[in-house]
Design a protein around this ligand. Structure first.
Ligand code: SF4
Length: 311
């Protein structure tokens, strides 16, 4: 974020995070992507198109309050989950439609479907990929729950392979790696893997207290993980536990905006965006621009929904 000549805060890119499904082939103990198996919007192509039209007309073509406040140049639709690639052809359609309607696109994935021979992401529909990767050691990934029912889990070699495959079909794609630091991996050294992959960003997140307390670590343990990787020319972006409990804006699988309610008492949801329109739905969650600015200043390429941890 920077200031323009009128001293208004200015961001290059607005990111809208759509948790399109809660379904996932992995079962991470820290996963917070739970909505109680709702009637997910993606089951109807018409609803998908309506939602993307609503978002495009409000955030891209219209004069949204975000646009007035931040004057962003582009809007990125970040598809998260659950595991979005479990939706197969529907996922491809979402990407193609999003592109047609003028969005930049990104996905947060556990990467397990990226090597599936039967499933290719349509050419040049993806601008950025975020892959969650927590350990180079299979046993640790298994302890965390980052395995499917058959015990398969993306290895570091498969991660490299998946990225090189993506680079062939998605011109200029940016890569981000997300690592949730927890009791099992906080002493692990990722330096050579991250140096080899050369992601645009390596986001390291302090595990949140969802699910299994055995995974939790102290601030000191988290800081020691971060410090070990600093000064090695790695694009480390650390996110502490306290930063992650700030205000966020997201869209849930039913197509509603939601964010943490004040006082930490769960989430506050809007009505469905397709029923009331994006502008009204946004008003219903009382989105706090001040918290938004405070949280992301001075990061460039702002995300209003950076808590994209699932997958
Ligand atoms: S954290 Fe991500 S990969 Fe793990 S179970 Fe949740 S959605 Fe799946």
């Amino acid at each position: 974020m920077k200031n323009d000549t009128t001293n208004k805060p200015y961001i290059n890119e607005l990111v809208i995070n759509w948790h399109i499904t809660e379904a996932c082939n992995y079962n991470c103990t820290y996963c917070f992507a739970k909505w109680g198996k709702p009637n997910e919007l993606h089951r109807s192509l018409e609803s998908i198109e309506n939602l993307l039209d609503e978002l495009a007309s409000h955030f891209i073509k219209g004069s949204s309050s975000f646009k007035e406040k931040f004057g962003y140049e582009s809007v990125r639709l970040n598809i998260a989950g659950g595991e979005p690639m479990m939706l197969g052809s529907t996922f491809s359609i979402v990407l193609m439609l999003a592109k047609q309607k003028g969005f930049q696109t990104s996905i947060i994935t556990n990467g397990s479907y990226l090597l599936n021979e039967k499933f290719d992401i349509p050419k040049n529909t993806l601008d950025m990929v975020g892959i969650s990767f927590d350990s180079q050691d299979y046993d640790i990934r298994k302890k965390i729950g980052r395995v499917d029912r058959k015990g398969n889990s993306l290895s570091s070699d498969e991660l490299k392979l998946a990225l090189s495959k993506l680079e062939k079909t998605q011109k200029g794609i940016k890569t981000k790696i997300n690592t949730v630091v927890n009791q099992f991996n906080w002493q692990e050294d990722f330096s050579s893997l991250i140096s080899e992959i050369k992601p645009y960003k390596w986001k390291v997140l302090h595990v949140m207290p969802y699910g299994d307390d055995d995974l939790l670590i102290s601030n000191g343990q988290f800081n020691s993980f971060v410090e070990k990787h600093l000064g090695r020319d790695l694009p480390v972006y650390a996110e502490s536990n306290s930063a992650m409990t700030e205000s966020y804006l997201m869209i849930d699988p039913k197509g509603r905006f939601y964010q943490n309610s004040s006082g930490g008492s769960g989430y506050k949801y809007s009505e469905c965006i397709n029923d009331v329109g994006a502008g009204k739905a946004l008003e219903q969650i009382n989105f706090n621009h001040a918290v938004f600015i405070a949280r992301y200043f001075p990061v460039e390429g702002i995300s209003i929904v950076e808590n994209e941890g699932a997958a």
